[in-house]
Design a protein around this ligand. Structure first.
Ligand code: FAD
Length: 406
């Protein structure tokens, strides 16, 4: 590596150019701050997390990327749950039946394309996007004077910035929370996932063709996510003991054998061909014991990740980025109001994972599955359930009260 260059000055340095980081970068640049967005890979790059929620759409509008996302997205109007344990084999929902009827659809996206749209948008809005640039060290200066950040670039050089504020949006790498030893695994959702893309999978017809299907089986559940280009993302989320049954089987064989345990999913994949390698992610649930500290904030997966069953990760990362942009702006321009802004940020960032976690933990309970398979709307419970599926958790509808009645 060549000798380090002198530190460049910036207002905000963001670690990671996924949906959280790219959204925060665009919004802060729009507010006139100097922003550096350091991303270790180069877009477009593969990422899991392809099913988005209706609650994402207002965020796309505010960011100015709605048309670009529509162009790559598969329309998703609802979700289907398939159970091997109920006489009624499947139950379909449409988002239009949620408490708030104004958010009837969402998109499913190839994340390589989607994340590329968001990072290009950040550059267009004036953020300095540096790809192939892995942040390796962040040294916070005394007396809240900001931080010195060093990063290794993929041409072998070292980049150094001095920033007034740092946003950690490094996703599952959890850059700051790992370094602070602030990351805690969540024993309630200690699962793992195996996934790949297929062509030729059997989709439903008409408006339901893009809907996500969740298939329960004895050792967890599967997702079936149709994408706009004809590919279908299929993944298995399995309980930890099940992984230990893999033995000496290759990941490909283990995935195929696991799919064979769900006759309903196998029927949808009859004649389909797997077109990507099988990938695995283990122990994916964790959260940090803090959302912020002197001169830094954590957003998206860099703060917490619970469980993918409700496709909430991208929405929470982007929602967190909106609050982060406002918070950093206040901290830098109106320090007298910083404490209040940080308290609001803390509440918002903790709220999403906490409420989803509360609910998801119960979804895997047999009584809750019964509710999914034949929901009643007594106390508006069905509408509340659909509001969670739509990601409408930050609004004013009292959905959690309805769900807690259960
Ligand atoms: P990321 O999207 O992970 O982005 C972080 C970025 O930071 C990456 O580009 C990475 O390269 C970069 N980075 C990391 N470290 C550094 C560093 N040191 N320096 C520079 N750059 C760095 N969510 C959904 O909404 N829908 C789904 O259907 C869904 N399914 C999922 C299935 C599984 C199995 C899993 C594990 C997750 C799923 N998720 C889903 C969650 C979703 O993937 C994440 O919540 C979402 O990507 C979080 O966005 P983010 O911006 O916080 O992090």
């Amino acid at each position: 590596a060549s000798a380090p260059t002198a530190a460049q000055e910036t207002d905000v340095l963001i670690i990671g150019g996924g949906p959280g980081g790219a959204t925060a970068a665009a919004l802060l640049a729009e507010r006139g701050l100097r922003v550096v967005l350091a991303e270790k890979s180069r877009h477009p790059r593969f990422h899991i997390g392809e099913s988005l929620l209706p609650a994402n759409l207002p965020l796309f509008d505010k960011l100015g990327v709605a048309d670009e996302v529509r162009a790559i997205g598969m329309e998703k109007w609802g979700a289907e749950f398939v159970s091997p344990w109920h006489a009624q084999k499947s139950q379909s929902f449409v988002f239009a039946d949620a408490w708030d009827k104004s958010m009837p659809m969402a998109y499913q996206v190839r994340r390589s394309d989607f994340d590329h749209i968001l990072i290009r948008n950040a550059a267009r809005k004036g953020a300095q996007v540096v790809e192939g640039c892995e942040v390796r060290d962040v040294r916070f200066l005394p007396d809240a004077q900001g931080a010195v950040i060093s990063a290794a670039q993929d041409d072998g050089s070292l980049a150094v910035w001095r920033a007034r504020y740092v946003i950690d949006a490094s996703g599952r790498d959890t850059f700051l929370s790992s370094r602070f030893k602030a990351k805690h695994r969540d024993p309630k959702h200690n699962s793992a996932a195996l996934y790949a893309h297929f062509t030729g999978a059997q989709r439903h017809a008409g408006k339901e063709q893009g809907n996500i299907t969740i298939f329960w089986f004895d050792h967890g559940w599967f997702w079936f996510i149709p994408l706009a280009d004809g590919a279908t993302s299929v993944g298995a989320v399995v309980w930890p003991y099940f992984l230990k049954t893999r033995g000496s089987r290759s990941l490909e064989q283990f995935f195929a054998d696991t799919i064979a345990m769900s006759p309903a999913l196998s029927a949808r994949l009859e004649g389909a061909a797997r077109v990507t390698e099988v990938e695995a992610t283990g122990n994916f649930s964790y959260r940090s014991d803090r959302t912020h500290g002197p001169n830094y904030l954590l957003i998206g997966d860099a703060y917490a990740f619970i469980d993918p069953v409700f496709s909430s990760g991208v929405m929470l990362a982007m929602q967190g980025a909106f609050v982060a942009a406002e918070t950093v702006d206040v901290c830098l321009r109106h320090p007298a109001r910083a404490a209040q802004a940080l308290a609001r940020f803390d509440h918002q960032i903790r709220f999403g994972p906490r409420e989803f976690s509360w609910f998801i933990y119960r979804v895997n309970h047999p009584t809750m599955r019964d509710m999914f398979m034949g929901p009643s709307n007594l106390w508006r419970v069905k509408e509340a359930l659909l509001s969670v599926l739509a990601g409408d958790i930050f609004g004013t509808t009292p959905i959690w009260n309805s769900l807690r009645l259960l």
